[in-house]
Structures are given as C-alpha cells and as structure tokens.
Design a protein around this ligand. Structure first.
Ligand code: ZN
Ligand code: ZN
Length: 232
C-alpha cells in the first residue's frame, strides 16, 4: 500500500479539473471537461508532449455537462474507450442534461443560475455514446498497469464513481470540492442529489484507505477533511 508507482498529471479544462494517471506507458483519464474544451485539451497534451494515442480509458465520474461535454472529441483524437456508471450513462447517451439541486442555503442560491445556462449547455451537448457501463462492483485498473479501481460513490448523482489508487489518492469528481462555489475550504459539494449518500461514499473511501482527495473543482486536499464532516 501507499506505493506511488504512477504519475498524476492535472489537466484543467475550463472549470473542471480533469486528471491523467500514467501507469507504465499508457494513461487513464478522469473526466472530459465542459463542452468546447477540446482545443484546450489538445494544446495541453502538446505542451506536455503526451501522445494522445497513449490515453486508453476515460472514466467519467458522473453525467454533468462539465464532466462529459468534450468527451466525443477527446475520444476521437485519442481512440480511448469511455466508462461510466450505468445509472448516469443512460441519461448521457440519451442527451439529457440534468442540473444538480442545491445542498444547503448557498447551494439553493446557485440553482437558479444553473437553470439559466441549461438551454445553452443543451445546445452544446448531444447524445454521448459511452463504451463501458460500470456497475456497483469495483472495476480494477490493473489491466492499465495502475494499482487501483473504480468505486461506485453515489451522492452527488446516483451514478457517481471515484477512481481510488492503492497509494491513497482518490479522484472523486463532485463528491467533494475545495474551490468556488465553496467559500469555506474543502468539504461537501454545494450541489447534488443526496448529502447523506455523499457521506456514506466518503466513509467508503476512508475505509479503503483514502489519504489525498482530488476533486473536479478546486485543489487536492487531505482526506481527514471527510472525518471532520462525518463527526460533525
Ligand atoms: Zn456535478
Ligand atoms: Zn462538476
């Protein structure tokens, strides 16, 4: 455990922190950014001299537009396969844009804003085909020479997943966050379906041995933050 034999490359696409994880010569990518982020993606790979064809799998943590928006272009360039939990996959493949509800007073202030951008987002994203449907069983990444797995971590959406590495690094999508629109440091995402389910997912990651949390919005933070919230 805790052996870090992979490389983590942050790849910010628009508002979304995506990540590349290199195991051996190939990469697995976490999330694909908002619509219209494809050019930025290609630029960033060029800047870092990463061969797009080395990206073999793209794990979409959940269905929201800022995670799946540039997936079709990224898949075309890289030839990577995409994977997503079946509960969120169906909506994405039908081209349905679902906006999250607000958690707490601040989240409820933000939701009307999401409804105003929904028509724009809906025009920018059509149905997005996904290659692999994930279920509730852990999905091993050993085939990609990465000591880790994909875990179903519902709460933000019913089909949210996290990528957990044996080193204790956990890529959680929107299960937690540390940047805007949160204003008081790392903690729960202020938008989502079910805060109690989110907390159960945090506990699951802690039980697995999570040490460092990589959210899609904001900087990485210590997993002990979860303990503080779970004990509150
Ligand atoms: Zn989200
Ligand atoms: Zn997001």
């Amino acid at each position: 455990m805790n052996k870090r034999d992979h490389e983590i490359i942050p790849l910010k696409l628009g508002m979304t922190h995506c990540y590349l994880i290199r195991g051996g010569a190939d990469y697995v990518m976490v999330d694909a950014g908002p619509p219209n982020a494809f050019k930025k993606f290609r630029q960033k790979l060029e800047q870092q001299s990463i061969d797009p064809a080395k990206i073999k799998l793209i794990i979409i943590t959940h269905m929201h537009f800022d995670h799946v928006g540039s997936l079709p272009g990224i898949c075309r360039l890289t030839g990577a396969k995409s994977a997503m939990h079946y509960l969120d996959r169906e909506l994405v493949e039908k081209g349905k844009i679902i906006m999250p509800g607000g958690i707490g007073a601040w989240g409820k202030v933000l939701t009307p804003f999401l409804w105003t951008i929904k028509p724009v987002v809906s025009r920018a994203i059509g149905p997005v085909p996904i290659d692999h449907g994930l279920d509730d069983k852990h999905f091993s990444l050993e085939g990609y020479r990465i000591h880790g797995k994909i875990i179903h971590t519902p709460g933000h959406t019913a089909g949210s997943v996290s990528l957990f590495l044996e080193s204790g690094d956990a890529f959680v999508g929107d299960l937690a966050m540390s940047g805007f629109p949160r204003v008081t440091g790392p903690g729960p995402f202020v938008l989502g379906d079910d805060l109690e389910a989110m907390k159960r997912s945090w506990q699951l990651l802690l039980d697995e041995g999570a040490r460092q949390i990589y959210p899609a919005h904001g900087k990485p933070f210590d997993a002990n933050v979860f303990i503080k919230y779970l004990n509150a």
